[in-house]
Ligand binder design. Structure first.
Ligand code: ARG
Length: 253
């Protein structure tokens, strides 16, 4: 009986200790708080799910983690639709967007951008044997895009809404190409390479549709964070960390 009581007491103590522990702020890396990053994790190699189907990995996830580490913050990544990312950062639902996000003048009206960390190129994916050979052949064709991306914006402007089909992510646009629901897909070059590698019978045209800069987006109300993030990113550029992360995911041809 005594033994059982002692055991019970021990269990109780452990449980109450654990409960106390939960109230104590994490000492180490989260000392300056949590950095909440918004992204759309269907964009390899910038952001995508690891084989476990739970962890978001990729260039942006690693750069964001390195930035958070420098600022003594913990990183939390939220996966959402691409076209709700800027609203999310404006409303404060997330602190920062890392999403292979292209800097554009129009977006600059609603958010602030960090310094740039990579170059993106809008390319055209077609089926082998397609009659589309360059940008000039796109007129009158049905173009698949990821909704809200620069590929979507440029194609809609240039070829008209009626010729552009929007999908929630690049993989769905590519699936539509395979099923002949669209004639081509306009998307950033690195995800394009990943999608073409994963699907037979597709190719990327040599012709480049647009060359762009990627940067993180932060709310205009959070100039302090933009300044801190830029300082961290400058250091990560200077010490080679960003180059290493890019090289890890993008193999030189
Ligand atoms: N660079 C393009 C843009 O900013 C596409 C980015 C898509 N990113 C993503 N994580 N799905 O519009």
């Amino acid at each position: 009986m005594k033994k059982i009581f002692a055991l019970l007491l021990a269990v109780l103590m452990v449980v109450s200790l654990a409960a106390c522990g939960a109230d104590v702020p994490a000492d180490n890396d989260a000392a300056n708080g949590e950095l909440i990053m918004g992204t759309n994790a269907a964009f390899p190699p910038y952001e995508y799910y690891d084989e476990d189907g739970e962890t978001i990995i990729g260039i942006d996830a690693e750069i964001a983690k390195a930035v958070a580490d420098k600022l003594g913050m913990s990183l939390t990544i939220k996966d959402m639709e691409f076209d709700s990312l800027l609203t999310a950062v404006q409303s404060g639902a997330v602190d920062i967007v890392f999403a292979g996000l292209t800097v554009t003048d129009e977006r600059k009206e609603s958010v602030d951008f960090s310094i740039t960390y990579a170059t993106g190129i809008q390319v055209i994916i077609v089926k082998d044997g397609s009659e589309i050979a360059s940008v000039d052949d796109l007129a009158g064709k049905t173009i698949g895009v990821q909704a809200g991306t620069t590929g979507d914006i440029y194609c809609t402007d240039e070829f008209g809404q009626e010729n552009v089909k929007q999908y929630t992510n690049g993989a769905l646009a590519v699936a539509a190409l395979e099923n002949d629901q669209v004639d081509c897909v306009v998307i950033d070059n690195e995800p394009a390479k990943a999608f073409v590698a994963a699907n037979e019978g597709l190719k990327i045209l040599e012709t480049e549709y647009a060359v762009e800069d990627y940067a993180a987006a932060i709310s205009k109300d959070n100039a302090e964070l933009t300044e801190k993030v830029n300082a961290a990113m400058e250091e990560l550029k200077a010490d080679g960390t960003i180059d290493d992360i890019l090289a890890k995911y993008i193999k030189a041809e």
